[in-house]
Design a protein around this ligand. Sequence first.
Ligand code: MN
Length: 203
Amino acid sequence: MAETRVFCVGRNYADHAREMGASGREDPFFFMKPASALLRGPTLAYPRDTADLHHEVELVVALGRGGADLETEEALELVSGYGVGIDLTKRDRQAELKEKGHPWERAKAFDHSAPISAIGPVLGHPSEGFIRLSVNGTVRQNGDLSQMIWKPSEIIAALSRIWTLQPGDLIFTGTPAGVGPLQRGDAVLAEIERVGRLELRVA
Ligand code: MN
């Protein structure tokens, strides 16, 4: 299997796009994280270089096959499973980078910026169901997969027209509204209906 790549979709839920100051009517877009961003353990060390670390709960699509120039109708044939991920973001750094028109890696692609659950098998392709995140028992994000602007099949097809997709690729599909800061000591629970759950402790 090729080395894991992590593709991410930005602003794929209109209510989150609006909370970030966009109109919610622009197309979503792609960015990437390196394999070193993945965190499969239950503990996150609060990262350096930020005082405003934000959570973004996201459906993760795992690819078991590759392909290029796919049609939407055939895209889901590449999927080997789904999981729950958190796209951790240094919001203070991201705001500075946006202001300067600079790339986002410093804010999005740092070590352990992509905690993920185990990837479960495909038990039907999820297109609806709750996606939520709570911190210390308080619900912060509470959306539904049906709110995605680009569906997983459309995301895969669009990615495949830019990159040749490979087995092992992971895709973070965007977050609903309610993103907010994490503090040391926080207990985070991210859940997606019929997909799985991810527990994370911030140390
Ligand atoms: Mn995100």
